[in-house]
Design a protein around this ligand. Structure first.
Ligand SMILES: [Zn+2]
Length: 282
């Protein structure tokens, strides 16, 4: 089953807190919600995470989490690297207690370093992080390095698949809008999205397709890649082609993917529902 949902509490939620958000996701007829720890891991106590998990389970809303943006697993600075580890581990800890199965991570910046070298460095960090999750008993949570939208950021789909194939408990967060932006619109549409899913199948097997975590949104980009998210079918101020979201949904269906797909359009639940309605109609 593919569960489609929102990046954070839906905008139409009256009381803007996580518990109300879960109820609203259910009311809207969606099936998933990502806990947005992007500024900070805002759930501080295990018992609060457990209460969120209990409600989500009751309402059949699948949860995931997004780790803070302030992470760079390729930082040459020891302090930044340690802080990055702490942010990932505390995200995974709260995800674990909330019953969320994935933590999405913006892994690293290349910092103009050799890309092979960065690949090895980041892979080593994920190995260490995974070991820590196992030691702490949080290893029911997958670490999900995100497919990023700019060439200065680690990583594209090839490096992600190659890295994840070598690691236990680490799988990609496949951001379709970033994929379009990273390739300046040259990878957009049904064939390009099938190519993307084909790479996952080839590198990670059928299991890779059956345990997916996806991000999607309308997207504005320049030659340098991602600029910001748009609403589906909202015209790009730069005249770039629209994100072909229906083709993405069709590719999901044809590849029979399972897991969670999270909408990050500015109108989150509206585009999430559009994608879900189209998915259900196919
Ligand atoms: Zn992200």
């Amino acid at each position: 089953m593919l569960r489609i949902g929102t990046a954070g509490v839906p905008l139409s939620t009256e009381t803007r807190d996580t518990l109300a958000g879960i109820l609203q996701v259910r009311k809207l007829g969606l099936d998933a919600m990502e806990l947005e720890f992007v500024r900070q891991v805002y759930i501080k106590h295990e018992k609060d995470a457990e209460a969120i998990g209990t409600l989500a389970k009751k309402e059949k809303v699948a949860l995931s989490a997004h780790a803070p943006y302030f992470i760079n697993l390729n930082s040459p600075d020891r302090v930044t690297l340690e802080a990055s580890h702490k942010r990932i581990i505390s995200s995974a800890r709260m995800a674990h207690f909330a019953g969320a199965r994935s933590v999405v991570i913006h892994s690293a910046y290349y910092l103009k370093m050799d890309t092979r070298e960065v690949f090895e460095r980041v892979k080593e960090q994920y190995k260490i992080l995974r070991k820590e999750l196992v030691n702490k008993g949080y290893d029911d949570v997958f670490l999900r390095p995100e497919l990023m939208g700019r060439a200065s950021q680690f990583a594209d789909i090839d490096d992600l698949v190659n890295m994840c194939a070598e690691l236990e408990g680490v799988l990609p967060c496949v951001d379709f809008a970033h994929y379009v932006a990273l390739h300046n619109g040259t990878k957009n549409g049904y064939d390009a999205f099938c190519e993307l899913l084909g790479k996952i199948e080839k590198g990670l097997g059928k299991e890779g397709l059956q345990n997916m975590h996806i991000h999607f949104a309308g997207i504005e980009y320049s030659d340098k890649g991602e600029r910001n998210h748009l609403i589906f079918d909202e015209k790009s101020p730069r005249g770039k082609p629209l994100f072909l979201w229906r083709d993405m949904v069709k590719a999901w269906k044809d590849y029979k993917i399972e897991g969670i797909a999270i909408c990050e359009s500015p109108n989150i639940e509206v585009d999430a529902l559009k994608a879900k309605k189209y998915y259900d109609s196919l």
